[in-house]
Design a protein around this ligand. Structure first.
Ligand code: F6R
Length: 607
């Protein structure tokens, strides 16, 4: 969950590394550092704190050199201190390393090295790697790295710099992402593509157990046993303007506002006038006919999208669907048959638990589809097929546009399955397609209410607890709204299925517990209304997200946010917009670090 970067070429590495670290900061932001090779020695500047703190320190030093490595940290072993910040040097100062991952056997390795007289200067697991490289070095850096990697248990993406071979960087991965950027007379390494987008769009995805060597004008990849690998260069279809804030105060606000066009992009080419075309998936119709069960596996926001997906697959395609939090799924020994389909949903495509869930399902014979946003990410290489979300880079740690893209992809997939399995009529199909075309406009209509949501945030930001209620297909949206509020404003918020209130949580309700309720005019409208009355009778302040034109709600709710009228299945995608905005404005009023909430990281590559 840290970010690493490396550069070798003809320019000064320092600004390139710093800019890359800013773009990787979403991966971790408790400490940061860079190492530069300058005048035949390695210079390191590192500090606890954010990249801007590092940048201040770097300005005070003479950090000029044409190769270097950098790191932004999300602490796992050792607290976020200057000493534990990366890069780490070996005892001779000839080797420097940055690392993303966890070395599980570091304690044994550390005591072995200590008995050999190595003195450690940090509490990290990473330092053992660089000390081992130093121990094994006998004239060839990549060989020393390969020998070291054979001794490690755990996960890593590393980049290594050495005074011994100054015109070379060596990197490797196992379980943590790593890309190589191919430039003209310069090469880049990074945890993620956005870090190198200003310089190159040509990338090579490094695979597990591969070692890559870069020089200014050449690169090569081999496996841990020294066998050379042929690798493909991919052209990334993101550009660097996509990773700027574009005048918005936060990435999150920009990404919330992009959702109309994001959904258009997800649907583009896949939704035809009166039909749906997912031939890109290259899945035989027979396979779809034979699916007897769907397992959806995901974490966090992606899990909430999966919960909406369950309603769609069951309602439209008549396929029983289970949705699991990936960290639970992987250990519960699910009853997967070869006729089952596993859908793994992940924005980053690197979430360790989701990957483990996918592997578990595949090992049990399930066919698999990934819904992923990041091109070339691990999940896209491991699932049998990938349906890309096409949301563009999501930088804000709190996921927003990837969520609406996930919902859109699930609408497409469920509709396609229903069509192939003949579980909906032509008329139903055409009505759904018409609605899908309208979705971006509905989202844009919701976004236009941002000023009202902001006013509401002013009224409610000082409360310490919130309840979010909904029923049916909107219950996952209540969960998502509560998660958004928690993670960026640090206000406690809990979601409940509205019908469950009287079985316990109603005891919490008083005038200090605002209740945000999703009450669209759908089949469950009357049911939700009675739940609202129960809460109102206990003096709760009620914020209702209701359907435009619903005047009846006025006599129940303290405040109302309206969304456009849509068929029941599409309320999730419109209802989530005001909830995202509400969380955003509350957090902004409270002065929170919205794009980088405390303790979180964008992609969770550790278990
Ligand atoms: C919340 C959030 C997280 C992610 C979760 C899964 O706003 O962003 O809950 O949804 O960590 O991440 P991906 O989708 O990358 O697997």
């Amino acid at each position: 969950m840290c970010g690493i970067i490396g550069y070798i070429g003809y320019r000064n590495a320092t600004p390139i590394l710093l800019e890359g670290l800013y773009r990787l900061e979403y991966r971790g932001y408790d400490s940061a550092g860079i190492a530069i090779l300058s005048d035949s020695r390695i210079k390191v500047v590192k500090t606890a704190g954010k990249i801007k703190d590092l940048e201040k320190l770097v300005k005070e030093e003479d950090m000029i050199g044409s190769s270097g490595i950098g790191h932004t940290r999300w602490a796992t072993h050792g607290s976020p201190t200057d000493a534990n910040a990366h890069p780490h040097l070996d005892k001779t100062g000839r080797f420097a390393i940055v690392h993303n991952g966890i070395i599980e056997n570091y304690k044994e390795l550390k005591s072995e090295l200590q008995t050999e007289g190595v003195h450690f200067t940090s509490e990290t697991d990473t330092e053992v790697i660089v000390q081992l490289i130093s121990k094994y070095y006998s004239g060839n850096l990549e060989e020393a790295v390969a020998r070291t990697l054979k001794r490690l248990d755990g996960s890593y993406a590393i980049a290594v710099l050495s005074t011994e071979e100054p015109r070379k960087l060596v990197a490797a991965r196992l379980g943590s992402p790593l890309v190589l950027g191919v430039g003209e007379g310069e090469m880049f390494l990074a945890s993620d593509v956005p870090a190198i987008l200003p310089y190159t769009r040509k990338v090579v995805y490094v695979e597990d157990r591969e070692i890559v060597v870069i020089e200014e004008s050449s690169w090569w990849v081999f496996d841990i046993n020294g066998n050379y690998k042929t690798k493909q260069i991919y052209f990334v279809d993101w550009d660097s303007s996509m990773v700027s804030r574009g005048g918005y105060k936060h990435y999150m606000l920009k990404e919330i506002n992009e959702q109309g066009s994001v959904v258009r992009n997800t649907l583009k080419g896949r939704l035809k006038e009166n039909n749906i075309d997912l031939s890109e998936l290259e899945i035989e119709k027979e396979l779809i006919h034979n699916i007897d069960k769907i397992f959806i596996v995901a974490c966090g926001t992606s899990y909430h999208a999966g919960l909406v997906g369950k309603h769609l697959f069951e309602r439209w395609a008549k396929i029983p669907t289970e949705v699991d939090i990936a960290s639970e799924f992987r250990y519960r020994d699910p009853m997967i048959s070869p006729k089952s389909l596993t859908i793994a949903i992940s924005q980053s495509g690197e979430t360790a638990d989701t990957l483990a869930g996918l592997r578990e399902a595949k090992a049990k014979g399930s066919f698999s589809i990934a819904l992923a946003n990041v091109q070339g990410s691990t999940i896209t290489r491991e699932a049998h097929r990938t349906l890309y979300l096409k949301a563009g880079p999501e930088i804000g740690v709190a996921s927003t546009k990837a969520f609406t893209a996930q919902l859109s992809a699930l609408y497409l997939l469920a509709l396609w399955f229903a069509d192939v399995r003949n579980t909906i009529s032509e008329t139903q199909k055409e009505a759904i397609i018409r609605e899908l075309w309208q979705l971006p406009y509905h989202i844009e209509a919701c976004l236009a209410f941002a000023p009202q949501v902001k006013e509401l945030a002013q009224k409610y930001y000082h409360y310490s607890n919130f309840l979010y209620l909904a029923r049916g297909i909107n219950y996952p949206i209540a969960m998502e709204g509560a998660l958004k509020l928690k993670e960026i404003s640090y206000i406690h918020a809990e979601a409940y299925a509205a019908g469950e209130m009287k079985h316990g949580p109603i005891a919490l309700i008083d005038e200090l517990m605002p209740v945000l309720v999703l009450v669209p005019r759908d089949r469950l409208y009357a049911k939700v209304l009675s739940n609202i009355q129960e809460a109102k009778a206990r003096k709760a302040k009620l914020i209702a997200v209701a359907t435009e034109g619903d005047d009846a709600i006025k006599s129940f709710a303290t405040d109302i946010l309206y969304v456009p009228e849509v068929p029941e299945e599409f309320y999730p995608i419109v209802n989530v917009i005001p909830l995202q905005l509400f969380a955003y404005y509350v957090a902004d009023i409270l002065g929170r670090e919205i794009d980088q909430p405390r303790n979180l990281a964008k992609s969770v590559t550790v278990e």
